[in-house]
Every structure is written in C-alpha cells, then in structure tokens.
Design a protein around this ligand. Structure first.
Ligand SMILES: Nc1ncnc2c1ncn2[C@@H]1O[C@H](COP(=O)(O)OP(=O)(O)OP(=O)(O)O)[C@@H](O)[C@H]1O
Length: 289
C-alpha cells in the first residue's frame, strides 16, 4: 500500500463472532472413478467482534473455499463453524437466508457482482425490502448508506456501468452493509483495483469497522493489503492453516517455511505493480502542479 502507514489498532478484546473448528470441505467427485476432492483439511480459525483476520496463501490453497464454507456455499464435511456461538455448519436454506442479516460478503470483481440492469437504488432497496423495511424507510437508509461509502445521493438513480471500479466496490460495500451485519467475508475485494483506489477502499473498510464494530474475514493474496487491514493473519497452504497470529509478528518473523517463501516472493518486484506505482507518482505530481 502506498498511503497511510498508520498501524491497525490493537485486536479488540471481545468474544468470538466466528469459530471455525477443524473444518474439512470435500467437493463432490466429478465422475464415479474419481474420489471427492478435499479442499480443506481440518482448518481452525476464530474472529472476534470488530476484528479483521486476513487469510493469505497462494492460488488454490483454499482461501475462497473457507470463505464459502462460512457463507454456507461450500459443503462442510467434518468439523464445525459457529457464528456467535451457534453452529451454522449445516443450515437449511431458510435458516441460511435469515443469517444474511448477520453475515455478508463482498466479492472480488465489482464488474460482475452487481446486477447491470438494476439502478444502484434498486440494488440497495432489494435486501431492505426482503428484511421487511418499508419503502419510505428504505429510501432514508439508502441515502445514509451512500453517504457512508462516500457516494453522492444521486448515485441511487444510476446504473453500475456508470461508475468506476472503485465506486462499484463502494456500491458492493453499501449493499453488504444494508442490514448491519456483524461479519463480512471479503474475498479479494481490492484485487481488481489500481493501487491508489485500493488504498482508498481499504481505508473505507477500516473506517466502517471503527464506526460499526463489524468483523472481516479478509481474503487476499497481497501481503501489503493484509498488513494494512488485518489485526491478525492466517496463512493457508494446500488446504491447511500453516501459521497464524498477530499480523506484524507473522509478516516480520514468519516461522513456517511456506510463510517465509510467501514473504520472499512479495519482495520480488512485480512489473504491473511497478507500472501502477509509476502512474500513481505521475498522477500525484500532476495533481500537485
Ligand atoms: N466447486 C469446486 N469443485 C471442485 N473443486 C473445487 C471447487 N472450488 C474450488 N475447488 C478446488 O479447491 C481448491 C481450493 O480452491 P480455492 O478457490 O478455495 O483456492 P484459493 O486459495 O481461493 O485460490 P485463488 O486465490 O486462486 O482464488 C483448488 O484446488 C480448487 O481447484
């Protein structure tokens, strides 16, 4: 991250919002000759109220699968996932829908996660009406939500395609906030954004958390993002959490050989990121001139 090096506050000392206890996820076999694919091998993790836990690891290590298991979108074969002390590992569709007041998601791609045919107002109204909020109260809430994510009130009348990637991600965040969730699964929510937009959207996540006390399971492959946003970090490798702890400790003194490799890989300059940084520096120079 380029801006705002302020460290995250201390880990909040509240009870667990989410407890993942030795969870195994197996995806069904593709054919009768192949066995089911075990994507998670007994993963344990907890997230406290108001806390951000970053989940890092290489592609295919199981980060999204864990997020999907929390959301009830991947089958929990063994183990238990508890939300506020209640087992949510194997809920029926109706119970799961009721839980969407409490657990929400922001996906990676702001270009596909919003219905292109709906105005922003309709996108935000839908979950409110489903929750039984009146149209009048929904209108008021939408103005409040747009203000919270720093979008103008007239955004409600426009379509997603009329917004930039960063603005679309703000709309997705507003949608996630509609029903005051206590936990948001954020699956690579800034990966599709350029560096300066990433920094602003991360600041928005942090500001919302400080105001509402929402907790984040923050999935990312980017260590600079995890350092910026997470109180604690868990490192995944081949379906297991191989190391976890305070972000600063894990990222400055990694103990597991895989985490050490991940840190070393992050030091190798990435041509796309260098180009981003050059463009950002040019933009800042132009703005200052
Ligand atoms: N629906 C599915 N059916 C079968 N296998 C799957 C399914 N979804 C994911 N997998 C497999 O599970 C493993 C973990 O995938 P997952 O998407 O959770 O990893 P990830 O760490 O999030 O990767 P990325 O960073 O690339 O998104 C991979 O081997 C993947 O191929």
């Amino acid at each position: 991250m380029t801006t705002n090096p302020t460290p995250r506050p201390d880990t909040p000392a509240h009870g667990s919002v989410l407890e993942v206890d030795r969870v195994v996820v197996e995806y069904p076999a593709k054919g009768w000759r192949t066995p089911p694919f075990r994507a998670l091998h007994g993963v344990s993790l907890d997230i406290r109220a108001g806390e951000t836990v970053g989940l890092v690891g290489e592609s295919g290590s199981g980060k999204t699968t864990l997020g999907r298991a929390v959301l009830g979108l991947a089958p929990v074969t063994e183990g238990r996932i508890a939300y506020a002390g209640r087992d949510i590992s194997r809920l029926g569709a109706r119970e799961r829908r009721a839980l969407s007041d409490e657990i929400q998601v922001v996906f990676q791609d702001p270009y596909t996660s919003l219905n292109p045919a709906m105005t922003v107002g309709d996108i935000l109204t839908e979950p409110l009406l489903v929750a039984g909020v009146s149209r009048g109260a929904a209108g008021e809430r939408i103005r409040e939500l747009l203000d919270q994510v720093s979008l103008p009130a007239d955004a409600a009348h426009r379509l997603p395609r009329e917004f930039s990637g960063g603005q679309r991600q703000r709309i997705a965040i507003a949608r996630a906030l509609c029903r005051d969730p206590r936990l948001i699964v954020c699956d690579e929510p800034v990966s599709a954004l350029d560096l300066s937009t990433q920094a602003r959207v991360l600041d928005l996540f942090i500001e919302i958390q400080e105001r509402t006390g929402v907790a984040y399971l923050f999935i990312t492959h980017d260590l600079s993002v995890v350092r910026r946003i997470s109180h604690r970090v868990a490192v995944m490798y081949r379906g297991e959490i191989v190391e976890s702890g305070d972000t600063r400790a894990v990222t400055t003194r990694p103990q597991h050989v895989y985490t050490q490799r991940l840190m070393l890989a992050a030091l190798v300059p990435d041509p796309d990121r260098q180009r981003d940084r050059r463009e950002q520096r040019r933009g800042l120079a132009a703005a200052g001139s």
